[in-house]
Design a protein around this ligand. Structure first.
Ligand code: AMP
Ligand code: MN
Ligand code: MN
Length: 376
């Protein structure tokens, strides 16, 4: 059940930009799961209606009548977040809506994702309206992941959440959260199908970019998802041309950074409940002159350590402030570890933000790993 009655009524004409004085955001669920719409408290499931098809139909209904749509990716957007936003944004833009795509931070669009924006839909965070009529949050597991734009969730007229994080509380009015989808891009593609969109190359490319990265080049992809990939290729996507800049291309300086960072990496065989833990630290000095793409890819090398079930990379954001990437091979649920430390993510790929000296961050992480491995 949705908390806005008008969104449940298929006969209701819902024009989010209508100046009827009724703001759907008044009914946003609070973090304890209590909806306050119209003074009625409900404690229905936080994650949409539990019926994915119904939630998709609801999202399609809101978006097909919207005339002004703001699509937001999570902070430090990856190809799934931005690809998903740009795929949907491009379709809505072609249908005549005013569309903007943005994210809270950093200020620059990751270089490897710029080419996905064929219609110039990306705008800086400062250009996002204070109260967008329709807001779509993509690949964003919690409100906090919108960073400096998180406040728009309470000022927007209607909030649509499209995501695949199991921990997503369903912070929108319409929540399409499929934790079995390997990427948010797949949720978006299902929505495009409901909208009756015929896929073409620019849209398919955005979807493919999200899919190829979140599935680690289709290694974590079901048979059905491989069929989806075939469909995207049939729409004209050049797989190598999309994937190489995203995952396989770095400036020469990357090699020097890796040499420094990897030489300091440390393996703790007894950690993580005896399953092994490997970690590396990328300081601001290590990363100087390189793009976020180079720093983000370090974990993909560290995680190859055969002796370790869990890999972590501490990436320095500001002095003594770290974004921590966690990866597991199969046995440890690193989302649980990240959640203990204030973050989130997926079973085998998660993250959180931490403060303090690197050795203290690692100490807390070791403790959280012991807690989670002792549970199972
Ligand atoms: P990353 O290691 O940055 O590639 O992130 C891996 C996954 O962890 C992402 O897809 C997010 O789902 C999640 N994640 C990363 N950082 C955070 C954070 N600070 N808070 C919540 N979830 C996060
Ligand atoms: Mn993401
Ligand atoms: Mn994703």
């Amino acid at each position: 059940m949705h908390n806005d009655p008008s969104l449940n009524d298929p006969t209701a004409s819902h024009d989010p930009s209508a100046s009827d004085g009724v703001r759907v955001s008044d009914g946003l669920r609070t973090s304890d799961g209590v909806s306050t719409t119209g003074g009625v408290s409900t404690t229905d499931g936080l994650r949409g209606s539990g019926d994915l098809s119904a939630d998709l139909a609801e999202a399609a209904r809101v978006l097909s009548t919207a005339t002004d749509v703001t699509l937001l990716a999570h902070v430090n957007p990856d190809a799934d977040a931005l690809g998903s936003a740009l795929a949907l944004g491009l379709v809505l833009h072609r249908r005549g809506a005013v569309v903007r795509v943005s994210f809270g931070a950093p200020a620059e669009v990751p270089e490897t994702l710029r080419d996905l924006d064929v219609a110039g839909l990306l705008v800086p965070a400062s250009a996002v309206p204070a109260a967008p009529p329709v807001l779509v949050a993509l690949d964003t597991g919690s409100v906090g992941r919108l960073g400096p734009l998180a406040d728009r969730v309470s000022t927007a007229g209607v909030v649509v959440v499209l995501d695949h994080h199991v921990s997503n509380p369903g912070f929108g009015h319409v929540n399409v959260v499929d934790d079995r989808a390997e990427a948010t891009a797949l949720v978006v593609l299902r929505l495009l199908d409901v909208l009756g969109v015929e896929l073409d190359e620019p849209v398919a490319r955005c979807v493919y970019a999200g899919l190829v990265t979140d599935t680690r080049s289709f290694r974590h992809a079901s048979a059905t998802t491989h069929e989806v990939a075939a469909r995207l290729l049939a729409a004209g996507v050049d797989a190598e041309a999309v994937a190489r800049p995203l995952m396989d291309s770095h400036p020469f300086g990357y090699l020097g950074m890796l040499a420094k960072v990897l030489s300091r990496a440390c393996l703790e065989r007894d950690a993580a409940g005896g399953l092994g833990f490997v970690h590396a630290v990328v300081t601001l000095e290590d990363a100087a002159g390189l793009r976020p793409e180079e720093v983000e890819s370090v974990v993909d090398l560290v995680r190859t350590t055969a002796e370790a079930e869990v890999a972590a990379v501490l990436k320095e954001l500001r002095p003594s402030s770290w974004s921590v990437s966690l990866r597991a091979v199969s046995a440890v649920d690193v989302r649980e570890v990240a959640q203990l430390l204030g973050g989130g993510g997926h079973r085998l790929a998660a993250g959180y933000t931490a403060h303090g000296p690197a050795d203290e961050v690692l100490e807390s992480l070791r403790a959280a790993l012991e807690t989670v491995t002792a549970r199972s």
